[in-house]
Design a binder for this molecule. Structure first.
Ligand code: CO8
Length: 260
């Protein structure tokens, strides 16, 4: 189905907005990831599009990260297809020639945080109830090396190591303090701020900015490209472990119990 992400192109500014709209929590299912990659590729190939704003149409949630049900009780073929789609999403976004701006208008754990970290700049709503971080270790799973690399490139080795070991989810003010996001803005000012930030980044000549971006990110991108199949094998053998399946199912149970 072609309706989990709303894309709007503003022809006069050359800026597109991608709004995640996959209720209840914008989890990154195989369908979602496929649609994300197709939308991104279309914009990448549109000469009129120079920047994208990535945000959510669902109140209080940017994205809940990878769809855990895609990692539970599925076949090896399914895990392969799913993980390839996760890789593809990151490779395309992290290497995008466009200016990419994350407007984080809600919570953004794990894979949601990865999307934000892969952008050029992050603005988050100034609401301590919204949290962001790579919390994988809290689920008993391990953030892949390229999640880690992306995180290190944003916050540096020390903050990344501590945050990854503890699986920390930071309330917006702490996320700002540790450099996970660049700015906090009151929620009602997010759009206005996004337009101003985008204008600042688009004021530069594209070619110089693009080459600089590529120079900063190439090592980390090349590492996954070179080890892509190995990374898929690792994911499959990890996720197929009985102990990991147990951890994921317990985590899903915990999410359900927390509600009642
Ligand atoms: N995947 C699948 N379903 C989910 C997910 C998810 N990531 N997150 C929430 N849901 C489901 C809930 O189970 C619930 O289902 P139901 O209605 O059937 O009970 C429904 O969505 C709504 O969730 P909540 O009631 O919890 O909604 P809230 O608004 O209270 O909270 C949150 C929203 C904050 C997003 C909360 O749901 C949450 O914390 N979710 C879990 C987020 C998370 O930890 N994600 C990590 C995913 S793992 C990942 O992204 C990277 C893994 C890479 C390594 C892989 C190696 C093996």
């Amino acid at each position: 189905s072609n309706n989990k992400i709303q894309v709007e192109m503003n022809e006069s500014s050359g800026v597109a907005t991608m709004k995640f709209k996959s209720p209840p929590v914008n989890s990154l299912s195989l369908d979602f990831l496929t649609e994300f990659c197709i939308s991104l590729e279309k914009l990448e190939n549109d000469r009129a599009c120079r920047g994208i704003v990535i945000t959510s149409a669902i109140p209080k949630i940017f994205s809940s990260g990878l769809d855990i049900t895609e990692m539970c009780g599925k076949s090896t073929e399914h895990y392969t297809e799913f993980w390839r789609a996760v890789q593809e999403m990151w490779l395309r976004l992290y290497s995008s020639n466009m200016v990419t701006l994350a407007v984080i208008n809600g919570s953004s754990p794990a894979g949601g945080c990865l999307i934000a970290l892969s952008c050029d700049y992050r603005i988050m709503a100034e609401n301590p109830k919204y949290t962001i971080g790579l919390n994988e270790s809290q689920l008993g799973i391990v953030a892949p090396f390229w999640f880690k690399d992306t995180f290190v490139n944003v916050v540096g080795q020390r903050v990344a190591e501590r945050s990854l070991q503890l699986g920390s989810l930071y309330p917006a003010p702490e996320a700002l303090k540790f450099g996970i996001v660049d700015e906090l803005v009151p929620e009602e000012k997010l759009q206005e701020k996004a337009a101003a930030v985008m204008a600042q980044w688009l004021a530069l000549p594209d070619h110089a900015r693009q080459i600089t971006k590529s120079m900063m990110r190439k090592t980390v991108l090349d590492r996954l490209v070179a080890h892509r199949e190995e990374d898929i094998k690792n994911f499959i053998s990890f996720v197929s472990k009985e102990s990991i399946q147990k951890s994921l199912l317990m985590y899903m149970e915990m999410l359900k119990k927390k509600k009642s």
